[in-house]
Design a protein around this ligand. Structure first.
Ligand code: ZN
Length: 318
């Protein structure tokens, strides 16, 4: 239990097996036949790096600048649509043109910055449509990943979920008691631990590519949350759901866990949209549910059904 969440991520990811895409993914370190022209790849060592590794002290100036720029956009230090001029960024980050451009293109590749003709780099706009799109895709991927993790996750994965759940509950309690003086620190902690919890659920899915897209999509939704939410109230509403999802996952009840996770995404999207009239463009609070139901195509949203499944999972786990 002394293991940090970051190291738990690495252990869990390393220990996972590529069960998500069995037809194409290598499952052992055995070299591929020479006539296939493939390099030998160890299990879990292929694909892009997840944020647990991406964000751990980037070695280059461009990487460090990209990390700061990404965080600043997610935390709404810049306005949506704001031009990111060389002068402005050089002064803010204290770096030259070359690492700055590399950082900008890196963050543009994640969809947080756009490159526009005659304008250069601008902060990506915010819209209801995008928020719903990202929510539904996150739900789709995480439901798939959770099901795979429940099937393949070992004791390391169970420990990672347990620790992340506990750490999120502690952050939630601190957020609810936060004063104006420490609200920002409490929000940052809650976001880190919230990401860790969702990542832990997915971490034994066996697909580094899925975990890569998890990071990209999580960054996007975190930006909306930070733009829209009154954190204390929202954390109170979400915490029970997290705990229930974690318990159902640890009980290896994939139907209950994925149904609860789908409901979690629907509820969060509805709350976000209902609360915020600032997001221009079309859409309404009522649009969230059908849009998310269409895209996840997984668990039924009825709360009674979900509750019944979770209660069953708890009885079996007892
Ligand atoms: Zn959540």
């Amino acid at each position: 239990m002394k293991q940090t969440t970051a190291s738990a991520r690495r252990v869990t990811r390393k220990a996972s097996t590529p069960a998500a895409i069995p037809a194409a993914a290598p499952t052992t370190a055995t070299p591929a036949p020479a006539d296939e022209g493939m390099l030998p790849v160890a299990a879990g060592r292929w694909g892009p790096r997840a944020s647990a590794l991406r964000d751990a002290n980037p070695r280059t100036l461009a990487g460090q600048t990209a990390l700061r720029l990404r965080q600043d956009i997610i935390r709404n230090e810049f306005s949506a649509g704001e031009r990111l001029t060389n002068e402005k960024l050089a002064e803010r980050y204290g770096v030259g043109t070359s690492p700055l451009r590399e950082a900008l293109f890196q963050v543009a590749g994640e969809g947080l910055v756009l490159v526009e003709d005659h304008k250069g780099f601008v902060v990506a706009p915010l819209s209801r449509e995008e928020m719903l799109d990202v929510s539904s895709l996150r739900a789709y991927l995480e439901i798939h990943a959770l099901r795979q993790s429940i099937a393949s996750g070992d004791e390391e994965w169970e420990t990672a979920v347990l620790v992340a759940d506990h750490r999120l509950k502690s952050a939630d309690a601190r957020l609810l008691k936060a004063t104006p003086d420490n609200l920002k620190a409490a929000k940052d902690e809650w976001e880190r631990r919230h990401r860790d919890f969702h990542y832990a659920l997915c971490s034994a899915c066996g697909s580094p590519w899925l975990l890569h897209f998890f990071d990209t999509l999580y960054d996007q939704l975190e930006r909306y949350r930070r733009h829209l939410w009154r954190y204390g109230e929202r954390a109170r509403g979400a915490d029970d759901q997290h705990d229930e999802i974690g318990q159902a996952a640890l009980a290896r009840d994939a139907d209950a866990a994925t149904a609860l996770l789908a409901e979690h995404f629907r509820r969060q999207a509805e709350l976000t949209i209902a609360e915020e009239p600032q997001l221009k463009q079309r859409g309404s609070a009522g649009a969230a549910r059908p849009a998310l139901e269409r895209s996840t195509g997984a668990a039924k949203p009825e709360s009674a059904l979900v509750a019944k499944r979770v209660n069953g999972a708890r009885r079996r786990a007892a």
